[in-house]
Design a protein around this ligand. Structure first.
Ligand code: ARG
Length: 615
């Protein structure tokens, strides 16, 4: 908003297109350099004058225009200072609109996002958490910016490992054990198979045979396979539900079984298949890549062909304009090869395919490894996070009526935010203690700030009656001391205020902008430096969202939320928001708070994190 306003002011006086001018404008790092700066170097050549002279004249012209903006020349720059008494209210009005920051995207497309995609009969590990949550956030962000999104869970439900599992199950397994603990039992069988196969190599042959029978559609083997798939899926769905994640389609690798032959046929017809050590490969020398393995010696098709068939299906049957694969960086070569072979098949849309890689995540130093059975189960990480969150909440808000629900939201939010705040390519060692903390760069910190605002609005008389909300803005020296929201006497239904999308904040916001509270009611109310910093941060919301979409980088939004929360808390500690002797100021400060709260809620939701209204 400020950049646009600056451009509007400057445009009549500079020989630049509005768009070009807008791109040149800067947000100075220090308040004393103004809120928006225009570097005049670009005009020097055209105007045949020194940049400083241009800046001086421009500053004078603009200053005369008034409109709550002051201009100062500083060297080659024109620095613009917006009057907070005028502009906080205008920014808040805009930010309180439910559609704030939406629209304006011109090139919307259908994006198919491959995400999560765990392997059946193996636990969901923290790597799958990253794929699931980065994919989920991207899906939300693409939808937010007007794109049509289809999320696909490309389950690993096919492959030679099922031969092993079937053999192990027949020898050492049982239905009851598998029903009781599908993945744990599958894992035990899988581990046992590898142990026993170490001195009994014949087991490997048996497993190969079992898989072959599966590929040939043998009924009994297929039934067993289906049983494994369904058992695992039940477990996965429980974790997905906890994470609040759903998929538009669950199409496992087996879905493409009948779509592989046409691919092989085309590769053969085009003369792309070459023999190498008895296997068939496609050479990718021109692409500077090692050959892509297509068919193994025993005739078994392998992972890349499935992905080739999958991409073709997504392009044609699902009508994808873009195909994103949110998969760990260790599969970089695989995707380069798959896209390389697609190119060789003459598919002109290969450029629409993009691997969105992410770095390795360990939990407190432990990496997950399925073979040896030393596994960090995602579910256990979530449980532990929730347990710790419950402890913190019990200490801070002993009377919170829906403490369990909030602990679940905070614990899971901590894990998800702890993942998403990092640039995705970085490797992360996840530390629970740190992630669950209510201060620091954490999800709970953002959630807490959101809840603090909801509480402030209730106290201010908006939304839920304040009941006996504790004096929760008792003197706070910093975030180390947090208030306890003692909601002991709330009506039972007040406990149900937990919303994922800040719905009740949104209804407050509607109230704050209509009817009783006239638009830009704050005009003329003096605002502190911290209020102004906070308001300016509100104007950067859509930049954060666009950056996240442009770079497939949800961390841009996570970082923005941390900054917004930090700016708000500074404002909050800077002086009381609600002052009985200052009605106009109170309303202006509450409106600013409501706008921050709404964007925190919206941002958390985009990241797939719940935003409780009390914690
Ligand atoms: N199932 C694979 C794994 O767990 C990931 C699959 C990723 N998606 C794909 N289209 N290849 O490593």
């Amino acid at each position: 908003m400020l950049l646009e306003q600056a451009a509007a002011l400057l445009h009549p006086h500079v020989p630049l297109e509005k768009e070009a001018l807008l791109r040149r404008l800067e947000r100075p790092p220090e308040p004393k350099l103004g809120d928006v700066a225009f570097p005049c170097f670009v005009l020097a050549k055209q105007l045949r004058r020194a940049p400083a002279a241009i800046a001086a004249e421009l500053a004078e012209t603009v200053a005369a225009a008034g409109k709550g903006v002051r201009a100062e020349a500083a060297g080659a720059y024109v620095n613009l200072f917006f009057d907070p008494a005028v502009w906080v209210g205008r920014i808040v009005d805009a930010a309180l609109e439910p559609d704030y920051g939406r629209g304006g995207e011109e090139h919307v497309s259908r994006v198919v996002i491959d995400m999560s995609s765990p392997n059946i009969a193996k636990p969901l590990g923290v790597g799958h958490l990253r794929s699931t949550m980065i994919g989920h956030a991207l899906a939300n962000l693409y939808r937010e910016t007007g794109h049509a999104v289809t999320t696909v869970n490309h389950l690993g439900d096919w492959g030679t490992q099922f031969g092993k599992l079937i053999v192990a199950y027949r020898r050492w397994g049982g239905k009851a054990a598998l029903d009781a603990d599908p993945i744990g039992e599958s894992l035990r069988l899988y581990v046992r198979f590898h142990e026993e196969a170490a001195d009994q190599p014949a087991l490997e042959d048996e497993a190969r045979e079992a898989f072959l029978r599966l590929e040939q559609g043998d009924e009994e083997t297929t039934a067993l396979w289906r049983f494994f798939v369904q058992a695992s899926m039940k477990e996965f769905d429980r974790v997905y539900a906890r994470l609040g994640v759903r998929f538009d389609a669950v199409l496992g690798e087996s879905f493409y079984n009948d779509k592989l032959e046409p691919v092989l046929h085309r590769l053969r017809t085009l003369g792309l298949l070459e023999e190498s050590d008895g296997a068939l490969v496609v050479r990718l020398d021109e692409e500077g890549l090692p050959p892509c393995l297509i068919l193994k010696k025993d005739g078994a098709t392998i992972y890349p062909v499935r992905d080739i068939a999958t991409a073709i299906y997504r392009k044609h049957a699902m009508k994808a304009d873009r195909l994103l694969y949110v998969v760990g960086a260790e599969q970089q070569l695989h995707f380069k090869q798959v896209f390389g072979v697609l190119g060789k098949l003459g598919e002109p849309w290969t450029g629409d395919c993009e691997h969105v890689p992410f770095g390795l995540m360990t939990v407190e130093g432990k990496k997950m490894s399925t073979r040896r059975g030393k596994v960090v189960f995602l579910d256990e990480v979530l449980d532990e996070a929730v347990r710790r969150a419950r402890g913190i909440i019990a200490a801070k808000s002993p009377n919170l009526p829906n403490a369990d629900e909030v602990a679940e939201a905070v614990g899971i939010g901590a894990v998800v935010f702890g993942d998403l705040k990092n640039r995705r390519q970085l490797s992360v060692d996840f530390k629970l203690e740190e992630a669950v903390s209510f201060d620091g760069e954490t999800g709970p910190y953002v959630q807490y700030t959101h809840a603090r605002i909801a509480s402030l609005l209730r106290k201010g008389g908006f939304g839920q009656p304040p009941a006996q909300e504790a004096a929760d803005d008792a003197t706070l020296a910093g975030d180390a001391v947090l208030p306890t929201a003692d909601d002991a006497s709330l009506a039972p239904d007040a406990a149900l205020l937990l919303t994922a999308d800040g719905a009740s904040l949104a209804s407050n916001a509607a109230f704050l902008t209509t009817g009783e509270a006239p638009l830009a009611a704050d005009a003329g109310v003096a605002m502190t430096e911290s209020a102004w910093t906070c308001a300016k941060r509100l104007t950067q919301w859509s930049d954060a969202v666009s950056e996240a979409v442009r770079d497939n980088e949800p961390s841009a939004v996570a970082r923005y939320l941390l900054e917004l929360a930090r700016d708000f808390n500074r404002f909050y500690h800077d002086g009381k928001v609600i002052r009985p002797d200052d009605a106009a100021g109170t309303l202006a400060r509450l409106r600013l708070s409501a706008a921050v709260g709404m964007l925190l809620g919206r941002g958390l939701k985009l990241l797939g994190i719940a935003a409780p209204e009390r914690m």
